[in-house]
Design a protein around this ligand. Structure first.
Ligand SMILES: Cc1cc2nc3c(=O)[nH]c(=O)nc-3n(C[C@H](O)[C@H](O)[C@H](O)COP(=O)(O)OP(=O)(O)OC[C@H]3O[C@@H](n4cnc5c(N)ncnc54)[C@H](O)[C@@H]3O)c2cc1C
Length: 391
């Protein structure tokens, strides 16, 4: 067994980082683990729609890191990584703190990608983190007090765009005239067929206008310009929500480590960064050689986190790491208040039952701390009869 003098440092405590830290501590309680995150709360992103619609309370989806990690006996530090010196095994942080590590795990997630389209950064709302959620919620709530039928555009026909469109329509009935803009010829083009069909039904039921084969060219303070086969059209807008894509959050990393083709860090199937066997990159920021088609999801991030915990335990015992394998457990999307669609592992489910099943599954995935146990149990007890039916 190798001795560990310096800590295992995990930067980014989202789905990947949290999973590595908690699993590794379980496997080897004596290991010194330091988790660093620039925020003080975990955000369970798949439940952001339910926070917007007040179907769940904000604290249920955003437990504090300090509570999660102190309960598990792991040290947590709130700080923002600004630089990695791989040669010296040193990390630098925004307050000029320097830390050395024996093993490093980076998993700093994604940020919205505006693809350099004019006016997007300045004139669009986003839906990627806690701050975006609060900003959007405040705009929508203020709008409710003024005139109805405000023109709301959602750019991106992926899961985020669809889920937001359905939720907003259900919360603010008739308050907004919602249009969904998608550049390809179908929505949810990379998702399961069953979920796509359910989403189409949900959008139609809510009379959401879908603009396919349409690309946003510019967003100004008052207008959105869209290019389609009819040419370029400029439409008045009250709000544009941008969900058209994400890019890895890697401002602290030299560009040499980022692949030109995918814009992410290439790792081998042990999740190691090339030429740095004691450094690992997980979740949205990385791409595994030979598994380039894996989606950018919490499911992948958590499976990678669990696998890396096992590999780190092996490495520390002087054993060889094992290659990562992905198991597709299916996908779930919420489709308005109290409705969802689930497809995976041979099961398809839609409507209210799917909504409750989705919440139960997510409750079981929330970090295992007092707060989440409380929230999970409150969901379960409230909906006991529905769960009985489901099981
Ligand atoms: C609205 C929404 C809904 C989603 N729904 C689903 C879904 O239903 N199913 C699914 O599988 N996936 C879903 N996803 C995708 C999923 O949330 C991500 O793929 C997942 O969060 C990636 O995990 P991660 O650990 O790589 O990054 P994250 O979970 O984003 O965590 C990154 C962490 O790094 C921290 N950080 C960033 N930069 C620094 C820095 N410089 N220094 C220190 N800390 C830093 C951040 O504060 C954050 O805590 C959704 C995403 C969004 C935005």
């Amino acid at each position: 067994m190798k001795s560990i003098q310096k800590p295992i440092v995990i930067v980014g405590a989202g789905f990947a980082g949290m999973t590595v830290a908690l699993n590794l501590k379980n496997l080897n309680p004596s290991l010194p683990i330091l988790v660093v995150d620039s925020e003080s709360k975990f955000i369970f992103k798949p439940l952001m729609y339910e926070v917007l619609s007040k179907e769940i309370r904000i604290w249920e989806a955003t437990p504090k890191f300090a509570n999660i990690f102190s309960d598990a006996g792991i040290t947590f530090l709130k700080n923002c990584l600004t630089k990695i010196s791989f040669k010296e095994n040193i990390l630098e942080f925004s307050d000029e703190l320097k830390l050395s590590y024996q093993y490093l795990v980076i998993c700093t997630g994604s940020i919205p990608n505006s693809f350099f389209i004019k006016g997007v950064e300045e004139n669009c709302y986003f839906f990627n983190d806690f701050h975006d959620l609060n900003k959007l919620k405040s705009f929508l709530t203020k709008s409710q007090k003024t005139s109805s039928h405000k023109k709301l555009f959602i750019v991106g026909g992926g899961p985020s765009g669809i889920e937001l469109a359905c939720k907003i329509q259900d919360i603010f009935t008739d308050q907004f005239q919602i249009s969904l803009i998608e550049k390809s010829n179908e929505i949810l083009s990379r998702n399961k067929i069953f979920n796509r069909e359910q989403a189409e039904i949900a959008l139609e039921k809510r009379k959401i206008n879908i603009l396919l084969n349409s690309t946003v060219k510019e967003v100004s303070k008052t207008e959105i310009s869209i290019s389609s086969e009819d040419g370029i059209t400029s439409l008045d807008k009250d709000i544009v929500i941008w969900t058209a894509g994400v890019k890895p959050n890697l401002s602290y990393l030299e560009t040499d480590y980022i692949t030109k083709k995918y814009g992410r860090i290439l790792v081998n199937n042990n999740l190691q960064i090339e030429n740095h066997n004691n450094c690992f990159a997980l979740g949205d920021i990385s791409i595994i050689s030979g598994m380039e088609e894996l989606p950018i999801t919490a499911q992948v991030a958590m499976q990678e986190g669990k696998h890396l915990a096992k590999n780190l335990a092996l490495l520390i015992q002087g054993k060889d790491p094992l290659p990562f394998e992905f198991q597709d457990n299916g996908e779930m999307i919420s489709l308005g208040i109290g409705e969802a669609s689930i497809s995976g592992l041979g099961v398809t489910l839609s409507g209210k039952l799917a909504f409750e099943a989705r919440r139960l599954i997510y409750a079981s995935k929330l970090p295992d701390i007092n707060e989440s146990i409380k929230s999970a149990s409150s969901w379960i007890f409230q909906k006991k009869s529905i769960f009985k039916k489901f099981f």
